[in-house]
Design a protein around this ligand. Structure first.
Ligand code: GLC
Length: 685
């Protein structure tokens, strides 16, 4: 059961699709205060766990730290980080009392989850204009799955990408020319390593101008893209939120002419620095501006492009005119002076406040229809019925609306075909329009575990088409890290190897014995029919593709506390290696399971292990996964790309008992009318 409580006049974020009546009175859980903003406090029992919050740092159980919903370009992801690229304000309290809460608030929201007082939750924001939804389990057994499902029905079904998006994607910031892409393609194909797409990072554009393609670097782009496509490889270009401030660049000129560039209070254009240098930002919160920008993607879809990634849409600001001039002033003030303990640190920190400065986010405004602005409207409606709202009040829905504009536009280009899109910035609701990737992680072992935590939490909030940069984005990877990470990454819906300019090359062919990487990716391709089927079913039924163990075994305290294993679909449990030089690891089995070992491009062994703790050997070039009792997993023959997979002959791993079957969902991979009717077949041994 869901109860909605409305405080003040909320901004209509459109994160919710089921409109519920407002409930009068106080919520059944915790206390609300509206002094100096809004806050909700709740006394925790000593064993209560807290799940949720989607894309955040730290564990699956979020208890004990503070998290701040404030979409941030955050390249230094360590334990201390409180804000990442997305804001997913959904938490579940599991324990003495079990319930969930969703705070629909587009500005900065702080989740103090036992940080100030170990036994207290305090969620607060500056303005008391928000909708809060309290969800209680339908069933007496306090089912966590049921709580999430109710929330997912409330917020709408998760985006389903085309099936080819489940194929492996190779990416690197640094591929510049047609030749670079050709090399990647040829080398992968030569070694027989499966691949479905190559991402085009910012260097494909002319001067980092969105919706351009540097024809000098790509002398025969259309022919080249067709050649790749024929071989099962799609090119996936990046689109950035900032538009280069450059007269004569048509997208900029149009934005200015139509008034879609974001402005400051006095009407002056807001200029911020991103890749092209001085840039302006489309007002994605304004429906007309959003749809105008969305239509621009056609420049690329008309040239055969079928997928995109939206970046820097928090929005990331390297600088603004204002932060730069303040920094120069400070330099001048300190120039020539002897530096002491105070001034030395002031000097050192000058650069720190230039990027993503909160003052900048408070200095520009969106022009939005009065009926959605609620208590955030700062002006009377203009002749078009629009009012101004300050960006910092609605900061967290900027990236959401960029993705929404793109997806709405794709449907107008071709209503019969799915287009791939995933974004860096997000808010709940964006999960209906596209996927996300988890941003600029590092080639650190702990980031494999971080990815597992994020997959579990993101799935609760509806973001199912997601994955982390496999191998790590920042810092230099190593062969063993890449292999271990890939052995987990082949199970994530978005399976992409991506790395930063200047780091060690991360293509699998750069390392000795590339056949080991091929073997791991062969398993991905063998699993695609199952992974895709589980994904689509989860989306259609508002269930989760990945789940913490707590969701399947909520009466088992060991499972509830498990932070380094995860459930996938109806039948799989994963326990990745995330420690260098480990020969294997301890795995906790909440019930009897079949251990499946994949090595040398095939199923090497299957063995039933009893419930309990096991040290499981996991050679570097093997993938080990577990299949739940009463479940089977079908595998097809691997192929070089997802379109070439033949699902007519399947081999089965998992429970050997007679009569166990799996319901495999299959479609053409593109259709936009996605239902299970007529598309599910029973498979068994
Ligand atoms: C951002 C993105 C990263 C991309 C880079 C250059 O850091 O998160 O994925 O490679 O920008 O476009």
């Amino acid at each position: 059961m869901i109860k909605r409580f409305t405080y003040g006049r909320p901004y209509q974020t459109d994160s919710v699709v089921t409109k519920l009546a407002d409930t009068k009175g106080a919520p059944d859980f915790g206390k609300v205060s509206k002094t100096g903003g809004f806050s909700w406090t709740y006394k925790l029992d000593k064993d209560d766990a807290i799940f949720g919050l989607g894309e955040t740092m730290r564990n699956i159980n979020k208890r004990g730290y503070e998290f701040i919903s404030w979409n941030s370009d955050q390249p230094d992801q360590d334990e201390s980080v409180k804000s990442l690229y997305g804001s997913h304000n959904f938490i579940i309290i599991f324990g003495k009392k079990t319930f969930a809460v969703y705070f629909d608030y587009p500005g900065k929201l702080t989740f103090d989850l036992g940080y100030t007082n170990q036994d207290e939750i305090n969620v607060h924001c500056d303005k008391a204009h928000l909708d809060v939804y309290f969800i209680t389990p339908k069933e007496k057994n306090n089912s966590l799955k049921d709580l999430v499902q109710q929330f997912r029905v409330l917020t709408g079904s998760s985006y389903i990408p085309p099936r080819w998006a489940f194929g492996f994607s190779m990416s690197r910031w640094g591929y510049k020319t047609q030749k670079d892409f050709e090399t990647v393609w040829k080398k992968y194909r030569k070694l027989g390593i499966p691949m479905d797409s190559i991402c085009m990072d910012i260097d494909y554009m002319t001067d980092y101008e969105d919706f351009t393609l540097d024809e000098k670097k790509f002398p025969e782009f259309d022919l080249f893209a067709r050649k790749l496509r024929k071989d099962g490889v799609r090119l996936v270009p990046i689109i950035d939120a900032g538009i280069k401030k450059q007269e004569g660049y048509s997208v900029y000129d149009e934005a200015v002419k139509k008034g879609y560039d974001i402005k400051k209070k006095d009407g002056e254009q807001f200029v911020g620095g991103v890749w092209p240098g001085d840039s302006v930002f489309p007002d994605f919160l304004n429906p007309e501006a959003r749809s105008w920008f969305g239509q621009k993607y056609q420049v690329l879809t008309s040239r055969g492009i079928e997928g995109f990634w939206n970046d820097m849409n928090e929005p990331a600001l390297f600088y603004s005119k204002e932060t730069l001039s303040k920094a120069y002033e400070k330099f001048d003030e300190l120039r020539g002076k002897p530096l002491d303990v105070k001034t030395f640190f002031e000097f050192k920190d000058i650069g720190k406040n230039i990027a993503n400065n909160p003052e900048d986010y408070s200095s520009f405004y969106h022009s939005v229809p009065a009926k959605i602005a609620g208590g955030f409207a700062l002006t009377k409606p203009d002749k078009d019925g629009n009012v101004l709202v300050c960006h910092s009040d609605v900061h967290n829905i900027f990236g959401f609306n960029m993705t929404r504009g793109a997806q709405d536009a794709f449907k107008t280009f071709d209503s019969k075909k799915r287009t791939l899109i995933y974004s860096r910035s997000s808010y709940i609701g964006a999960h209906r329009y596209g996927g996300i990737w988890t941003g600029d992680n590092h080639s650190y072992w702990q980031d494999i575990l971080l990815s597992l935590h994020q997959m579990a939490s993101l799935n609760m909030t509806g973001f199912m088409f997601t994955g982390s940069d496999i191998g790590g984005f920042n810092a230099d990877t190593t062969r063993d890290l890449l292999l271990r990470w890939l052995s987990f990454g082949i199970f994530t819906p978005l399976c992409r190897n991506h790395s930063a300019n200047g780091t060690r090359n991360q293509e699998f062919y750069e390392y000795e014995k590339p056949e080991d990487f091929k073997s791991v990716l062969d398993l991905r391709y063998a699993l695609i029919p199952y992974l895709y089927s589980e994904f689509v079913k989860a989306s259609l039924k508002d269930e989760m593709y990945f789940r913490p163990l707590a969701f399947d075994y909520q009466n088992d305290a060991r499972a509830v506390n498990c932070e380094d294993q995860i459930m996938l679909g109806d039948g799989i449990m994963l326990a990745p290696v995330y420690v260098q030089n480990a020969k294997g690891r301890y795995v906790y089995l909440p019930e009897n399971m079949v251990k499946v070992v994949w090595q040398g491009g095939k199923v090497k062994s299957q063995e039933t292990l009893k419930a309990g703790d096991h040290f499981v050997e996991m050679p570097l070039n093997a993938v080990v996964f577990f299949v739940k009792k009463g479940h089977i997993v079908p595998l097809c023959k691997p192929a070089k790309d997802s379109d070439s997979l033949d699902t007519s002959k399947l081999t089965i791993v998992g429970d050997e008992k007679k009569g166990v079957f799996y319901e495999l969902y299959e479609d053409d991979g593109y259709t936009t009318e996605i239902t299970m009717a007529g598309r599910v077949r029973k498979v068994s041994r």
